[in-house]
Design a protein around this ligand. Structure first.
Ligand code: ADP
Ligand code: MG
Length: 377
């Protein structure tokens, strides 16, 4: 890898990573677009889900659009229709189901930017949704449009873009309510600038908000009914099939490892065992239909990707040291027992049940895993 191809950012926003695809799709589908949109609704869906390996043509150019979010097409279409109607979209689900990723992809495709984002925390204030001030300018000249520092949401309103709010339910209810007035009035009042043309900041056509919330956080700050009514709520679930989840985990881990210049060298059989274990523990039932005790924590696809990446990096940086399969039980223990150390016993139960039965049924790989039981006990 030459010096000038070394990436300078750890993570690029979706609009930078997929700039070529977005430009192509804008030329490919020239149909009518909702106000303020970069792409047609159909092209947005194609961008998010990929073109199914099909080569699309725009003039002399051809392109296969890469798959990104793995999920139900109908769900993605509903999300796109919500945004086209300038309604707020709220994505809820377990952690690690790609809610943030879907929100970023949609914003990048619709507005060309996914970076107008507010991260919800217990410390988020109304100002984070509205505006603040540059205090040096404020003290020098008093309130003026130049001294006003717009929030990402206000910037989205001004430009008719999609604003994003991450982890909305972590904000206090009264702070969440600031969004209610923004989504119903479609303008932000700036009382400090009363008497000037800047006393209200109206939303340009196209403006809307995508918020995400984790189901597991719900107790933290229950969302107000008023806010829920302002949003179309869509639930994002785990990836339905084993084959799709394996393919995704392989794709994501391969991309991560490629950054180090190494090839992805984890056997498909090892990946299959890894994803199978995640799914069995998540579903409370093995692929064979045997009962499995569930750990109290989420066994998310995002973590399966992280484990596959670790295995691949170990294979790349310590080649030949030891079989990567031997690292798998330790990683599984790390994920399963992260919230509650007692869940190490839950994982042992899985080993003594499903893993053992598979070993006895003659699978070589599961026998190796069974023999590694000491790594989790
Ligand atoms: N259905 C899915 N499609 C694509 N990637 C997924 C899916 N589910 C999980 N992932 C992986 O998990 C990662 C983390 O997802 P993220 O958007 O942070 O989840 P959430 O916001 O729901 O907690 C994604 O970047 C992706 O690698
Ligand atoms: Mg998230």
């Amino acid at each position: 890898m030459s010096i000038d191809t070394v990436p300078t950012r750890q993570v690029d926003p979706a609009e930078a990573t997929y700039a070529g695809e977005l430009e192509f799709l804008a030329r490919f589908d020239t149909g009518p677009r909702p106000p303020g949109w970069r792409l047609t609704p159909r092209a947005v869906v194609t961008f998010v889900l990929g073109s199914d390996g099909q080569e699309l043509r725009a003039g002399t150019e051809r392109l296969v659009v890469s798959p990104k979010f793995v999920g139900d097409r109908a769900l993605v279409e509903r999300c796109v229709v919500t945004l086209a109607g300038e309604r707020g979209l709220l994505l809820v689900g377990e952690p690690g189901t790609a809610k943030s990723m879907l929100s970023e992809l949609l914003a990048a495709a619709v507005s060309g930017t996914s970076e107008l984002v507010v991260q919800g925390t217990a410390g988020t204030t109304e100002d984070h949704f509205r505006y603040g001030w540059n205090y040096a300018l404020l003290l020098a000249n008093g309130p003026s449009p130049e001294a006003l520092v717009p929030s990402p949401v206000l910037s989205a309103m001004r430009t008719g873009a999609v604003g994003r709010v991450e982890e909305l339910t972590r904000c206090l209810p009264e702070v969440q309510d600031a969004l209610v007035s923004i989504l119903s009035d479609r303008r932000i009042a700036v009382p400090e600038l009363t008497g000037t043309p800047y006393a209200t900041a109206p939303a340009a056509p196209g403006f809307t908000v995508i918020a995400t919330a984790n189901i597991r956080d719900r107790g933290v700050s229950e969302m107000s009914a008023a806010l829920k009514r302002r949003f179309n709520v869509e639930t994002v679930g785990p990836i339905p099939t084993l084959a799709d989840e394996i393919a995704l985990v392989k794709r994501r881990a391969t991309t991560s490892v490629a950054r180090s210049g190494a090839a992805f060298a984890v056997d498909d059989a090892v990946l299959e065992a890894l994803v199978t274990a995640f799914r069995d523990l998540r579903n409370g039932e093995s692929v064979e239909g045997w009962e499995v005790q569930r750990p109290s924590t989420v066994m998310s696809t995002a973590e399966a990707v992280a484990v596959a990446t670790s295995l691949a990096l170990a294979a790349a940086y310590f080649p030949g040291d030891r079989d990567v399969l031997s690292l798998l039980p330790g990683h599984l223990r790390g994920v399963a027992a992260k919230d509650d150390p007692a869940d190490a016993a839950t994982l042992l139960g899985y080993w003594d049940g499903s893993v053992r039965r598979r070993a006895e049924d003659g699978s070589r790989l599961w026998r190796q895993l069974w023999e590694l039981r000491h790594a989790i006990s």
